[in-house]
Ligand binder design. Structure first.
Ligand SMILES: NC(=O)c1ccc[n+]([C@@H]2O[C@H](COP(=O)([O-])OP(=O)(O)OC[C@H]3O[C@@H](n4cnc5c(N)ncnc54)[C@H](OP(=O)(O)O)[C@@H]3O)[C@@H](O)[C@H]2O)c1
Length: 249
């Protein structure tokens, strides 16, 4: 696969990127980086905010199939193909329902567990199902799902946060399984997971005290775009951190 050289503005001037969850957090920072690189930026969110109007905005509640169907219908009228799709949708806590990651198995709450699976795992699978119609079979395409090192089973040495960990490990299975299936018909498609590091967003706010290093969203976005620019076809199905190092499943 040719390198997706993000530093060449002329090459990229007509390229399209779709960022799911692009109106906030790491997603918004990624949009700002790719905007400077000359990409056409398309974003989804459940609701518009003051940042989303900068980009081509689509309403999407990504855990709901009916919402995907409407979104895809809207897109197909525009006949767009995406060169890069980045899924930044995820939860770690749910402040509205006072639900936080479990310190121990005794703290498990079935609703919160299912919410993690829905937002962190199911959305990735629905993204693969519905967005296949918006990618080219002949051009290099990247679909990257933001994930977390905590979803690595082999890297899990301390336990805790069982709902988040389980949902992110399952997300890795979605990435691996879809990559194996799709390479047969989309031989220029790379599907990966990307760990952004601990980043100063609303998702990580309550947990930042224990972090060794916290990135600003822009810093993480710049690192992730560099990792994306170095991806090659045989990277499909793998999970990388912000420095481009492989995270084992
Ligand atoms: N921040 C970190 O330290 C960190 C560390 C490791 C991994 N990550 C991963 O990076 C990704 C992005 O995180 P972030 O820090 O940018 O978080 P964020 O600022 O909270 O943004 C998360 C996005 O997820 C969407 N979302 C949240 N709850 C949803 C729900 N119930 N249904 C549908 N969409 C929902 C939101 O979309 P709306 O616009 O629709 O609200 C929002 O854009 C996540 O997958 C996270 O697990 C983050």
């Amino acid at each position: 696969m040719d390198k997706n050289n993000i530093n060449n503005l002329n090459e990229n001037s007509s390229k399209n990127i779709l960022v799911l969850g692009g109106s906030d957090g790491i997603g918004l920072a990624i949009c700002n980086v790719y905007e400077k690189l000359g990409y056409n930026i398309h974003i989804t969110s459940r609701a518009m905010n003051k940042y989303s109007s900068k980009f081509k905005f689509y309403s999407l509640d990504a855990t709901k199939e009916e919402s995907w169907q409407k979104f895809i219908k809207n897109l197909s009228n525009k006949n767009i193909t995406f060169d890069i799709i980045i899924n930044t949708i995820g939860i770690l806590h749910d402040a509205n329902n006072n639900a936080f990651p479990e310190k121990s198995i005794k703290g498990l709450n079935a609703n919160f567990f299912m919410r993690n699976i829905e937002v962190n795992t199911l959305v990735s699978a629905l993204c693969m199902k519905y967005l296949l119609g918006c990618i080219s079979k002949t051009k290099n395409t990247i679909i990257a799902h933001l994930t977390a090192r905590l979803g690595s089973i082999s890297d899990n040495n301390i336990g805790g946060w069982i709902s988040y960990r389980a949902s992110k490990a399952a997300q890795h299975m979605v990435i691996k399984t879809s990559s194996l299936e799709l390479i047969r018909n989309y031989n220029r498609l790379v599907v990966v997971g990307l760990h952004p590091g601990t980043v100063d967003t609303k998702l990580s706010k309550p947990f930042q005290k224990s972090a060794k290093k916290i990135f600003e969203p822009r810093e993480s976005a710049l690192k992730l775009t560099k990792v994306i620019s170095n991806l090659e076809i045989n990277d499909t199905g793998k999970v990388f951190d912000y420095a481009g190092k492989i995270i084992p499943y």
